[in-house]
Design a binder for this molecule. Structure first.
Ligand code: FAM
Length: 433
């Protein structure tokens, strides 16, 4: 058993009595109530999910296991020769809530090399799809194809409930370790004439991903930063909630995460980073060589709104301030690409868009989210096929949602099944006030 798995088991055993006591002794304590507009409005803000992996504050943004983004980056061991933590150490941290030692991390990097070997049929599945399929279709299908080897599904009939977490952890770890190679394969297969670069033994996940993508330093750090920032945003967002919901039927990690990825592929969720680049490029095209100014940015934003579209990369269902994931990436840009024209344009949009959205008066949050800044970095390092960007998001998101469903099984969270009502019932309740 790896040190991570042994520590995780101790953590699970420590935690179980807390959940059991709450359920048994305090099960009737009311923590929220539901309004008609919440029932009609996407269950927004109803407190009905529990996770300890991350918490999203309306103003402050995300905390992973109690640490905000700068604290997380500062606490975890950095990769050799890099400025950002290894993804492996972050995986340990998400699962256990503890900062791993150097030895814990090294063991995990070695463990991921073994787990990370992708079965060859996965590549056949990707090749069998029409080449103009969206890369998210390729990623989701590739993940789903590995279901036949699920350790959870194989063990299910002979297992006690208390042991479910074990093969779920195994599947989750296998998947996390394999995602970078699958993503890099999709990229090189689709956009680089199938010129595939094999993984290199001994590298951590970020460095190996950069190597397989064929992009030089500091892209290894970009990958580490990107995967960590996109990992988790508590449980209610579409990809996390979908993965959790599907897993609640005791579907294994492959079924569950593939479903989550399909939600991430929507333009209001993870596809927004692709949409941001698309918006910026069509804006530049309209300029026809002229310099961007606050005036022409403002006009383009209004044109987007007036044509009934959203401004991608702005707004959030929970956040009410600039997303700290946006800020973390902006700081990276200020350090590594301060004079890049695209970065300057993104900054100009940041100065103008909140005012435009506030004047329009619809969105509850006029500030940028993670997607407003992420594509610029990828573009700068030569990854310009922007319909691939959501795949990068998906690799990162795997860390959060797969840690979550491992804990779901550890704490025996049941089948999720909220109750529906009819419109007539709402009208009846409305009449009663
Ligand atoms: N541009 C134009 N209108 C917007 C807007 C934006 N960026 N953000 C919100 N609105 C509108 C929204 O469409 C809604 O209009 P209707 O009443 O006509 O339906 C109104 O403002 C109220 O929406 P809200 O309560 O402020 O936001 P929601 O919680 O309904 O939706 C988002 C949240 C993220 C879906 C929404 O802000 C949006 O569509 N943003 C643009 C797409 C985007 O960047 N998505 C990525 C989110 C990100 F964090 C992620 O998942 N990766």
């Amino acid at each position: 058993m790896t040190r991570l798995k042994a520590r995780l088991l101790e953590k699970i055993q420590e935690h179980r009595p807390r959940t059991q006591r709450l359920n048994k002794e305090f099960g009737d304590v009311v923590i929220d109530q539901v309004t008609i507009s919440q029932a009609l409005g996407g269950a927004r803000d109803i407190h009905a999910l529990v996770t300890d992996i991350s918490y999203l504050d309306y103003q402050e943004g995300i905390r992973f296991r109690g640490k905000n983004i700068p604290e997380t980056f500062a606490a975890l061991p950095t990769a050799p020769g890099g400025e950002y933590p290894t993804v492996e150490s972050f995986w340990y941290f998400l699962l256990t809530g503890e900062v791993p030692t150097k030895e814990d991390t090294e063991e995990l990097v070695a463990d991921f090399q073994i787990r990370g070997q992708v079965p060859s049929y996965v590549f056949d599945v990707i090749r069998a799809l029409p080449k103009d399929s969206h890369p998210m279709v390729m990623l989701s299908a590739a993940v789903l194809s590995m279901q036949k080897d699920s350790k959870f599904a194989a063990a299910y009939h002979g297992m006690k409930k208390n042991d479910y977490w074990d093969p779920m952890f195994e599947d989750a770890s296998d998947l996390v370790a394999r995602l970078p190679q699958i993503a890099a394969f999709i990229y090189r297969y689709k956009y680089k004439n199938g010129d595939i670069i094999a993984p290199k033994p001994g590298l951590d996940m970020g460095a190996n991903f950069a190597h397989m993508m064929g992009i030089a330093k500091p892209y290894d750090d970009v990958a580490r930063m990107y995967f960590i920032l996109h990992s988790d945003h508590e449980s209610g967002n579409v990809s996390a909630h979908t993965t959790h919901l599907v897993a609640s039927a005791l579907s294994d990690a492959y079924y569950s995460f593939s479903a989550g990825l399909n939600g991430l592929a929507g333009p209001l969720h993870g596809l927004a980073n692709q949409e941001v680049l698309d918006w910026i490029l069509s804006f530049q095209k309209q300029l026809n060589g002229a310099e961007p100014t606050e005036e022409n940015v403002k006009k383009a934003l209004w044109d987007t709104l007036n044509s009934g579209h959203v401004i991608p990369g702005y707004g959030h269902a929970i956040l009410r301030k600039t997303d700290p994931r946006y800020t973390a990436q902006m700081e990276f840009c200020q350090k590594h690409l301060p004079t890049d024209p695209l970065f300057k344009l993104v900054n100009m949009i940041y100065h103008v868009a909140p005012g435009v959205l506030t004047e329009q008066g619809k969105t509850k949050n006029p500030w940028p989210n993670v997607d407003a800044q992420s594509g610029v970095i990828q573009w700068y390092y030569g990854l310009r096929e922007y319909d691939f960007y959501t795949v990068l998001f998906g690799v990162g998101r795997g860390l959060g949602v797969l840690a979550n469903i491992t804990w779901d099984r550890a704490l025996s969270y049941p089948l999720e099944r909220p109750k529906s009502v009819t419109t007539a019932m709402l009208e009846e309740w409305a009449a009663k006030g």
